[in-house]
Design a protein around this ligand. Sequence first.
Ligand SMILES: [Zn+2]
Length: 628
Amino acid sequence: MHLRIPALCLAFTAGMALHAQTSAENPIRITVDLTQAPRKWIHADMSIPVQPGPQTLLYPKWIPGEHMPNGPADNLTGLIITGNGQPIRWVRDDVNMYAIHITVPEGVAQIEVKDDFLATAPANGFSAGASTSANLALLSWNELIWYPQGHPSADVYVQPSVVIPTGWQYGTALEKTGGDATHPAFKTVSLEELIDSPLLTGKYFAEIPLATEVTPKHYLDIAADGPEDLNLNPETINGFSNLVRETGAAYKSRHYASYHFLVTASDQVAHFGLEHHQSSDDRVPEKTFVDENLLLLSADLLPHEFTHSWNGKYRRPAGLATGNYESPMIGNLLWVYEGLTDYMGNVLAARSKLETPAQYRDYLADDAAMLDARPGRTWRDLQDTATGAQILYESGGGWDNWRRSTDYYQEGDLVWLDVDTQIRKLTHDQKSLNDFLSLFEGLGGNTPPKVAPYTFDDVVKTLNEVVPYDWAALLHERLTSLSAHAPLEGIERGGYKLVYTDQPNEIELARTGAGGGVTEWWSIGLSVSADGHIIDVLVGSPADKAKLGPGMQIVAVNGRQFSGPLLNDAVRNAKGNQAPIELIVTNAGTYRVVGIDYHDGPRFPHLERMNGTTDYLDEIVKPMTSGK
Ligand SMILES: [Zn+2]
């Protein structure tokens, strides 16, 4: 295995004293107190084995799965270190904000470290975003832990425990070894496994076993803000059980001892998913399991994060497999790590019956149409969206279609559909991407959690084992293209074409139904929130020509107070007319009347079946198992 560690990091770690003395028998001990989590305050007590002399302690910086240096050091407070009851002063490194230096006095074999994490971040962003409410808390151990510099995270040992509010329950992939209901203690694990094993706790909590005939065991652990949010219907639970079965069929392996979906259903927390080897941190709107629209809009989240247990955690691009939290990560293969996962997340959602084949096609139509109306693709290629991931994840605020964003997710859907259909065509439907997946993700069969790094050449080599083809050329072309248009070859080879009609597809309807605003993206070039704020303007569109921009607010449409349906009607009614659509727009207190000269009516993306072609797309989303 070859690890690409940048020169900067080698310079940084060379020559330092290796003072850490942790072992499985003498681990770091950490107890995290979550009883004040409803007040957004989390406290930890640690004891860290040391030797006398200078010592550097580190706080995790590069968080696996987030692909950027965003460890939440800004909210780490109350750091107090003692040895044998005496205070030990710490000094932050002048350059590395995630390192502190101490001098351990003679006779001190372990230091006591106390710190607090202020969980005050707003409800956006990723794992460092809001993670608590009055009724629940999601603990990411990297928020609180310090560890001695100089060792791979797999070689640092930690024995964790937590204190949770009375009456709350919890779920985690960690193995309970002692303690009691409010103060459970867990088996000693490596620092790597600890940070990879968050803990979800809550007042309203359900643990639902999934696909109980499958070994290892799988659990859906949900903490919500109200008891009614836990009323999953049997079809939804069956869908998640199907997901367990379908991954077994597609990936022909499992790389964990058990798996916990840790689902936070709350409007008070950030909404996203973060993969782990034996669990996933899935944060969704509170009503997700009792609202059809929200459930559809989250259909691919658990399939995506679960897929990462294979693609991302077990098989990991060499540049992301740094083995610690300090070395910069290289994201140039994120179009495999995230792109292939995004493709399979959507496919598995359909195979598991978490969405219908028609809904799958509507998602794909949306992605394809969004990427096809993405003028930024004429200056920034797909490869650069991956290489530049760490500057793109937190970008936003408008003009995303010109900047491009982490497009390797959605464009990954198109690239891997292209590969899947190409394999099917080349082998006369005898093989498919499933054959690649069983070789690539199932390397070595079932294994415990571990990392098997790969390179671009490994991806190409495995594809060639499935069926010989110039895969390298195909992938290079997709990665470096500056074409104004998205690669739609996979959709067309799959038997469909991207078309636009005046009717919104099911996904658009679900977004509107869930209060997600108005899309007139493919008509006048506007995406607008439910209260009229312009989220984005498509470069080159009629709205762009009318000099509209993100952040402005539409207050009136054709002389009447703004509403989403009114804007939709205005676009519909302008068809065949000469008069422009008239908007009154406010921009930081300045009002302007704007005419949008557009007369082609609403345009929403759909996939339309092409007669006389092979229907690979429908085959791809057929279940591989019979389900239950
Ligand atoms: Zn992902």
